[in-house]
Write a protein that binds this ligand. Structure first.
Ligand code: ZN
Length: 294
C-alpha cells in the first residue's frame, strides 16, 4: 500500500520520537531511606509494601533502617546513627520514642541543606516535642491546644482555625472516601485525575500544628455522618524546610490502602519530588477507573 505524505510524516515523527526516547540518558536512581521500627501501626506490614512500590517504579534504590524497639536498653540507641547524607530522601514510617538529640540535629541539618522527607500517615503523630519536626510536617496528630487547624472551603480557599478552637486530631470509622486534587499544577499532581475514590481508610481530621508555608495538594471531605465536621480536610501537602522539601501524605493506614492506585502514585511521585523538586514518573492509567470499579 502506498503511503500518503501525511502518513510518511507521522512515521518520521514517530521514528524521531522513538530515537529520542532510546537515546535519553537514564536518570540516576534516587537513594531512599525508609525509617521504621516503632509505630502504633503495622510498620512491619507497610514498609515492605512501600519499598516494593518504590522499587517497582524503577526510579529508586531503597534502604530500610529499623530503630531499636522501646523494649531495648538505652544503649541500643547509640547504634542508631543514620547517615542521612547518603540519601536523596528519608521516608518516615516511624511513630515512637524520640530520636537521640544528635540524630535530630543531624536530620535538621540534612533537611536545611536540601534534603527530602516523606511523612507517611502516622509518621505525623511522631515527635510532638521536636519543634523543627513540627515545622517540617506542618500539621500533626495533636490536640486542639497544640496549634492551628487548616481546612479548605468549597471555593478552594484555605481556612485557618486558631489553636484552642474546635476539635483536636481524630478520625471516624474507616470508609472509602473521595480524594480531591486542590493544586492541579503542582508537579506531584500534574496529570493526576481531579478526584478518585480512595481505599477504605482512616480520614485524619483536625490535625494541628504551626502550619506555616503549606501547599495543600489534595483534600477529602469528612462528613458528620462519618464522624467528621462537614469540612474538607487536607490529606496531602508540601512544606519547605530551609533548602529541603517535605511531602506529607496522611492516607494509608495499612498495606492495602497505601497500595491503592491513587495513593501509590502519590507516594512514588511525592518521594521523587521530595528528593529532586521534580517529577518524571508518569501517572499510571486507571486511577479513576480503579475507583469507579469499586
Ligand atoms: Zn492509622
Amino acid at each position: 500500500m502506498r503511503m500518503t505524505t501525511c502518513s510518511w510524516l507521522v512515521a518520521a515523527v514517530l521514528g524521531a520520537a522513538a530515537a529520542a526516547v532510546s537515546s535519553a540518558p537514564a536518570l540516576e536512581k534516587i537513594n531512599v531511606l525508609i525509617i521504621d521500627g516503632q509505630n502504633n501501626h503495622d510498620w512491619k506490614g507497610t514498609t515492605p509494601v512501600v519499598k516494593e512500590m518504590l522499587l517497582a517504579s524503577g526510579r529508586f534504590n531503597v534502604d530500610v533502617l529499623t530503630s531499636p524497639s522501646n523494649n531495648d536498653p538505652k544503649e541500643a540507641w547509640e547504634k542508631f546513627r543514620p547517615d542521612f547524607s547518603k540519601y536523596g530522601v528519608v521516608f518516615g514510617n516511624y511513630n515512637g520514642q524520640p530520636w537521640p538529640d544528635d540524630v535530630k540535629k543531624a536530620f535538621e541539618k540534612y533537611m536545611s541543606d536540601g534534603g527530602g522527607l516523606v511523612v507517611f500517615h502516622a509518621a505525623n503523630n511522631a515527635f510532638p516535642e521536636w519543634e523543627a519536626w513540627n515545622k517540617m510536617i506542618g500539621l500533626g496528630w495533636r490536640d486542639a491546644k497544640f496549634g492551628d487547624r487548616i481546612t479548605v472551603d468549597e471555593s478552594g480557599k484555605v481556612v485557618r482555625t486558631p489553636k484552642g478552637e474546635g476539635p483536636g486530631a481524630g478520625h471516624g470509622p474507616q470508609w472509602p472516601y473521595e480524594v480531591k486534587v486542590l493544586d492541579k499544577a503542582h508537579p506531584i499532581m500534574a496529570g493526576m485525575p481531579e478526584k478518585w475514590t480512595h481505599a477504605q481508610d482512616e480520614l485524619y481530621q483536625a490535625q494541628r500544628g504551626p502550619a506555616q508555608d503549606m501547599t495543600i495538594l489534595a483534600t477529602a471531605f469528612a462528613p458528620k455522618a462519618k464522624g467528621g465536621n462537614d469540612v474538607n480536610e487536607p490529606m496531602v501537602w508540601t512544606i519547605p524546610f530551609g533548602k529541603g522539601r517535605v511531602f506529607v501524605n496522611i492516607l494509608g493506614h495499612d498495606g492495602t490502602s497505601v497500595a491503592h492506585p491513587g495513593c501509590k502514585a502519590l507516594m512514588c511521585r511525592g518521594t521523587e519530588w521530595a528528593a529532586t523538586g521534580q517529577v518524571t514518573l508518569p501517572v499510571p492509567a486507571g486511577i479513576g477507573a480503579a475507583a469507579a470499579a469499586r
